[in-house]
Every structure is written in C-alpha cells, then in structure tokens.
Design a protein around this ligand. Structure first.
Ligand code: MN
Length: 251
C-alpha cells in the first residue's frame, strides 16, 4: 500500500460510511480506555480539505452518526443546528491547518501517557506497534506562551501553539492534560492513539524493571521501517474494532 493512494481511496468511499466510521472511531477509543467522558476524534472532510468532521459535545462512547458536525479550519461549526461543540475543537482545526498530510486527529487524556508530560523522561518506542513514537514525542506546555490557564486548548491561538510544538511528529503530549495523536487516515490516527496509551503502560513497566537504564527501544531507523508496515497493521486492527462496534449498533 502506497501512502499516495490513500486519499483517493477515502474520496471513493461514500461520505455516509465515513461518518459512521468516525462515530465508530469514537466508540472504539472509549472501549480501549483512550477516551472516557472526555476526548474526541475528528476527520478532515474527504472532499473539502478546508473543513473537518467531529461529533457534537457528548461522551465519546455515546456518539452516533447523527452527532457528527462539520467545521471550518477556524473551528466554527458550519451546521450546528442547535448542537453544542467541544471547547477544545481548536486542537483539530489548527493541526489540520498546519499539517496538510494529516487527515485525522485524536485528543485524549489517556492516563498512562500523562506522566510523560509531567517529567523530563521522554516517551520512547517500546515495541513495533508504537513505531511512530521513535520519531520523538514533543511536550506542549501551555504555560510557556499563555501563563496560568484552565489548561484547555480553547482558542485558535492555543491550538496553533500546540500544532507548532507537534511540528512534523505524529503525537504531541500536553503537560498536565493529555495528548493528541494524528494520522494520514482515520484508522491510523485511532491506531496511534490506542498504541500511544499501550506504549506508555509498557514504558512504565520497563522503567520499573530497569530503573530506566539501558532500555533497548526502537531507534529512528527501526521506527521508520516498522511504521511503514503498521499501515497494514492499522487496517487489521480497524477491521476487528469496527466489527465490535457493529455488533452493538445497527450502523
Ligand atoms: Mn482535553
């Protein structure tokens, strides 16, 4: 599978199936403990690159296709119709603006990841499924630009600052808050969000075992090679996870 062919595949799929897949992604992330009552996943609009799709403000495990709304990249809702929006939608809009290659973003407070935003120990790639982490995972500290805040990325300015710390990486940690994981497809962003949490858990175990010394983590070359293969791994995981949602709902 070549990365260049993926956007074409997305456009060929009907937007109805993309919307149901986005709603399913929300439930998948909840089932894996990546999101709880909070957190959200979005998808760049398949035909209008200056728009994105995301659910109304609701707990991720409850999302249905009817909850999916459309936003411009300034994160103004285009079809609100009385529905309320997530306060932190600017995370998504500003990442899409800064990174044309990104088609999907997950924001979560997944618990095993949070410690790595609080201390100077970097998150590192513990195993092949988390190969994307070998590129490096920057930490966004909202204090640096905005001083003391409520910690929420609740404006375009804060979203742009987060996107600039993300840079060319796939995941960014947010100090004392959570993280954002991105991908060139919905499936890859979901896969990365799930495996960022799993990798963090494994790193805690490994550091307890080794006192943090001599961890034989993936190097940058291994990370790049394994991440190429993970394009297919993400689809296999998606088929399983999507079928588990389908067993619970009729969409
Ligand atoms: Mn948040």
């Amino acid at each position: 599978m070549h990365a260049r062919s993926l956007p074409v595949m997305i456009i060929r799929m009907s937007s109805a199936s993309l919307i149901t897949d986005l709603a399913a992604a929300s439930r998948i992330l909840a089932a894996h403990g990546v999101v709880d009552s909070f957190g959200h996943v979005s998808l760049r609009h398949p035909e209008r690159a200056g728009r994105y799709l995301m659910s109304r403000a609701v707990a991720p495990a409850l999302v249905t296709p009817d909850d999916i709304m459309e936003y411009d990249l300034d994160s103004n809702p285009v079809n609100a119709d009385g529905r309320s929006s997530f306060l932190e939608r600017f995370i998504h809009g500003e990442i899409y603006k800064a990174r044309p290659d990104i088609q999907s973003v997950v924001h979560s407070h997944s618990p095993s990841v949070i410690p790595f935003g609080l201390v100077r120990v970097p998150l590192e790639a513990m195993f092949h499924n988390a190969a994307f982490i070998a590129k490096g995972v920057p930490v966004f500290d909202i204090r640096e630009k905005f001083g003391s805040t409520d910690m929420l990325v609740s404006s375009r300015e804060k979203g742009a600052a987060l996107a600039s710390v993300l840079g060319s990486k796939d995941v960014v940690l947010m100090r004392a808050h959570g993280s954002a994981a991105c991908g060139g497809t919905l499936q890859r962003a979901v896969f990365r969000a799930v495996y960022t949490e799993v990798n963090a858990r494994i790193q805690h175990w490994t550091m307890a075992l080794s006192s943090g010394e001599g961890m034989a983590v993936l190097n940058a070359d291994e990370g790049r090679l394994a991440d190429d293969v993970n394009q297919n791994a993400a689809m296999r995981a998606w088929e399983l996870w999507r079928s588990q949602v389908r067993a619970q709902v009729n969409w």
